[in-house]
Design a binder for this molecule. Sequence first.
Ligand code: HEM
Length: 549
Amino acid sequence: MATETFQDILNGFNLATNGVLVLTSTVAALAIYLILSRCRRDRRWEKYGVKHVDVGLRRLPEPVCRFLMKEHGPTAGYSRDRDSLVLVTSDLNLLKQILIKDFNNFANRNDSLPTKSPFGQGLFFLQDNDWKRIRQLMSPSFSTGKLKRISTHIQDAANRLSQVFQKCADTGANLKLLHTIGQYSTAIIARTAFGLEADSIGEEEDDQFTYYTKTMFKRRSNLYAFLLSIFVGFGEFRTFLIHRVGIHYLDAVTRRSSDYFQAILKESIAEREVVERQSSRHVNNDFLQSLVSTMVASEVAQRPEGEMAPNESDILEKNKVPNSSQKNKVPNPSQKKISKDEIIAQSMLTIFAAYETTSSSLQFCLYMLAKNPDVQEKVYEEILDVVEHEDPTHEDLAKLTYMGQVLDETLRLFPPVSVISRKASETRTYGDITIPAGAVIQIPIKEIQRDPAYYSNPEVFDPERFSPENKATRNPLAFIPFGQGPRLCIGMRLAYLEVKTALVQVLRKVKVELNDTTVPRKGEDITLIYVGTPRIAKPIELAVKLRGD
Ligand code: HEM
């Protein structure tokens, strides 16, 4: 009996071993098949007059663009999978056609975000009429007039930021740059766009709004992103796994952030809806209010005669608890209207777009100033010359031309968005090459802005490149950190306003420096990792000295 049991165990063990072997071989065979199928020879671009390159196992846009530009010149094509042909070009004449002159043929991006969260329906990802309608509705909120009206909130946040720098100077502690600057940019977007307080500038711990903004995206390594792109791909299969199979692990957006923002936005929208229906005078004249006004106005216009408007308690009650089953109707693209779900999507995208890019720019700018003390002194002198009052006016900021050059040189070297894309609607020929309908165009912003053809010694930080005389000699498309054409970044003016205001308030009080205790140390360099946006391997910490010390 005992022997039989032992034999049974052995048989069971063999079965288990065989099972594991079969499973391992199947997974290995699948992996080899997937890798080989993605590396197969493909020459489709050649019939369109474009060099077709195998990019091997390179999958992420930034490394692919870097490889193609370095090894194969300004324009080359590759295929990402059986269906999609991708053209990478840094040819500025061709880019002028794609981004500006023939914009109608390239109005869409190819990007979609693998997420169930409303973020994936934000302006950045919208196409055709939906994009036009929402862009038109959002644009007025970023006009110069609107920005002038919100500048007191920006001054207020910049003053608080400056106090954090001064406190570091007093105590001798190094300043954790990204942590503090992230708090600054979220405080501004929360207050100016949504009338919400996100007040943790200088605190060790972030407030909820800041915390959930900073953790909106799952931060994953390059290796993880690479493996995911090999096995799951970029687009439809991953979307299918997230939406249909419900694998939340693959979702790009964290569930907690998504839930948090949906809840607070639903409540804010409901409160503003009530105000909107009761009076035409608004306490908040911000981004959220303008979208809610459009929503209410279009509902009023559509309501059948005699039907009552919803009352205050109905609206507030309905929106207190987030309920994903309540979906609004998709509006007709040709009309000036927006649904509640769309407002939430635009709000989430705006919060993250404003946080990630602005804090990256301000961080790199302060780092480059610490690395280049002579440039920092020149910026300081200019602030003393131009800004007479406690808070700089819009006119003062416009006169800070050298500071503008420093900021542009920072954005040249460290563009927060390193690659942008467009998708061709129809087949068109430009000179010797044809771009077929459906082809994706990847525009390697970082490679263009570090191309020796446009910038001598491109790795060197030199704000003089952006002096009016030097700028006049260069093709404007050689500098496109905010993109270009009708689909240009909507928040560009706000970004300059935020960064310049912070630089005025901080640099007039303190100097930032690198020394033996900072990260990186004086004489060392930062290591950049590109996962869509540039990340620094070790967060920067700067030494701060009070002016006059
Ligand atoms: C230094 C700061 C910033 C940089 C470098 C930056 C960069 C960019 C780039 C490269 C694009 C794509 C443009 C194209 O494809 O041609 C973009 C789009 C966009 N950005 Fe920014 N951005 C910044 C700040 C902001 C801010 C502050 C906001 C909002 C408050 C914002 C909101 C958006 C939106 C909504 C889009 C999509 C526009 C569309 O598709 O119509 N960005 N940004």
